[in-house]
Design a protein around this ligand. Structure first.
Ligand code: COA
Length: 164
């Protein structure tokens, strides 16, 4: 493993929007590493509901009280982003076996693109294993309550999606 003065772990995702499940992973990671960067990106396979700027500002607000956590947005490959900021640790959440195949493929491809990258998978608390960004958006659009599933700053934005 490469030597680093300060280990920076990167948690990339589309975070469209950030949920309490993501926050749970962020808190777990922040207890393990000296510095965490939540790196918001566009997933080319998804049509995002919130702009990258909106997603980033929701993340910043949600993590503002966690001292060793910062948020950023990036373009291009996550493997190149890690190289640019001198990081080799990539964090991802694994909710269930169904996440595994996609995550395994991404982890191996990222290592192929940048041999130094190690992907570390963290499991969210059981309460969050059923949660997904798509489900909270659907609940919000159809007028359901999302307060239990997302931080307050995200809840505010989700209310704007409600169908009239
Ligand atoms: N709690 C709740 N939900 C979780 C979760 C957790 N702990 N962990 C994952 N999820 C859910 C999300 O809610 C999201 O749900 P959705 O599919 O309904 O939107 C889904 O799992 C995964 O989303 P997220 O983790 O936000 O991001 P992503 O999988 O869309 O992120 C990137 C993918 C951005 C990391 C990837 O596309 C990327 O690296 N892009 C940059 C370009 C690149 O390098 N491509 C090559 C990659 S090998």
């Amino acid at each position: 493993m490469p030597k680093r003065n300060k280990i920076i772990a990167v948690y990339p995702g589309s975070f469209d929007p950030l949920t309490n499940g993501h926050l749970d992973i962020i808190k777990k990671a922040s207890a393990m590493f000296p510095e965490i960067i939540i790196a918001a990106a566009n997933n080319l396979n998804k049509n995002h509901c919130f702009s990258l700027q909106d997603r980033l500002s929701m993340i910043k607000e949600a993590v503002k009280d966690i001292k060793n956590v910062k948020a950023a947005a990036f373009d291009g490959l996550v493997a190149d982003y890690l190289a640019r900021i001198n990081s080799f640790i990539l964090i991802r959440g694994l909710r269930a076996v169904s996440d595994f195949e996609y995550e395994f493929q991404m982890a191996l491809m990222n290592r192929n693109l940048n041999a130094k990258i190690e992907t570390i998978f963290l499991m969210p608390d059981l309460d969050y294993t059923f949660l997904s960004s798509s489900l909270v958006k659907e609940i919000a659009i159809l007028g359901g309550k999302t307060v239990k599933f997302v931080p307050p700053c995200v809840e505010k934005k989700l209310k704007l999606l409600r169908k009239r």
